[in-house]
Design a protein around this ligand. Structure first.
Ligand code: RB5
Length: 150
């Protein structure tokens, strides 16, 4: 799968390891930066991935920052993006089953590498369940279209 990925400085090392692991798993990561651990503003990098997933250029994205919070807030500004901050195998699984997560967010300062790899593999292989969740996701996409509570 083609996957857009970016991080800020706080998760640069984790991003490098995830890029490598994605390749080993047979995926095609497109690295939108950062390329070293010089301090940057996370919204600049979250927006790069949010934009390409929102516009359909990439089916999935991965974002990493210190806590994952700033990247989640940023990516979810883009219509159609369902960015989920995940911190263990259970939340990784549920983010796909129920939320049809299309952007995985992990905190580089809060999640160890083996947990991050477990999360990644679960998120990549778990299928969206659909059914009753489809109406709920439609209610979210309606918010993108400014149809609130109709
Ligand atoms: C950077 O210091 C830090 O604020 C950022 O990586 C992230 O955790 C923001 O939510």
């Amino acid at each position: 799968m083609k996957i857009a990925i970016a991080s800020d400085h706080a998760a640069f090392e984790l991003k490098e390891k995830i890029v490598q692991h994605l390749k080993e798993l047979g995926h095609e990561p497109m690295d939108f930066g950062v390329h070293d651990n010089t301090s940057v503003d996370y919204p600049d990098y979250g927006a790069k991935v949010g934009k390409v997933v929102s516009e359909g250029e990439f089916e999935r994205g991965i974002l990493l920052c210190g806590t994952g919070i700033g990247m989640s807030i940023t990516a979810n500004k883009f219509p159609g993006v369902r960015a989920t901050l995940v911190y263990d195998n259970y939340t990784a699984r549920m983010s796909r089953l129920h939320n049809d997560s299309n952007v995985l967010v992990i905190g580089g300062r809060t999640t160890g590498i083996s947990t991050a790899f477990d999360i990644l593999e679960t998120w990549l292989t778990t299928q969206y369940e659909g059914g009753r969740h489809a109406l709920r996701l439609k209610k979210i996409s309606d918010l993108d279209n400014n149809r609130r509570g109709e």
